[in-house]
Design a protein around this ligand. Sequence first.
Ligand SMILES: [Zn+2]
Length: 283
Amino acid sequence: MTNNPVKREKFIGVIAIATFLVTCSITVGTLLAFRKHPSAIVTQDVPVSSNQVQSPVTPQSPPVVKPTNLNFTVPVQYQGKTVYKVQLNSNEKVIALTFDDGPWPKTTPEILDILKQNQIKATFFWVGQAIQANPDMAKRIVAEGHAIGNHTWHHWYKRMNQATAKSEIERTSDLIYKTTGVKTQLFRPPGGVLNNGLATYAKNQKNAVVMWSLTSADTDPRAKYQVFVKNVVKSAKPGDIVLMHDGGGDRRRTVQALPAIIDGLKQQGYKFVTVNELLEMKP
Ligand SMILES: [Zn+2]
């Protein structure tokens, strides 16, 4: 039989078809085996990121920066008292930077950026009208962990009766709370005026009337910013409360002065605290 060339060709043909069928069945079997383990294929071949894109997306709210503190209460011994600075027995080199009359467009965010770069928390004394005009900026100040004080609604210096003084302070307190959730016992009278009815009302409500022991004099319209730097850096003492302004006028020179003020104080070894942190330190 094998000597017959036709029959030999038929035999070879059968062998070839059989080989083809066996190869096909192995291939299909292999593919089926992989289909049983699709996850193995995915993890090997599909990048994790595209896998995440394909998976159903759970809607998430943007990350919220949670302030560490929304209640700026003061220790009992400072409630109803006027404070200029804190005399520390330890002579620990701490100092409190304060900014008045904001929140204010442009200069307040610039000051916040400088404070953030230096990891410094400061204290902001707000004017009610300014909060009303710049509520988002007020929220940012609180979100970034700074302390808040009340600086009245209109920033009036004039003598006022008790009803007006109450309105100036409580209207501002209410808006601070409605805008940011903050409650504060820190009060600073506009212009540092202590005898026009405001400070008396604030003390009766157990606030601390927070003055200052060192001023940058940054409201001087003629001085160059280098003068503000010198005013603070040359005279700083432990426990000082430093007066500056982020609002109420053109405060670009305060923004210019702030990095050098911070550097000068850091070089002297100062650490920066908020006013309520300063009041909580043991005298
Ligand atoms: Zn002021």
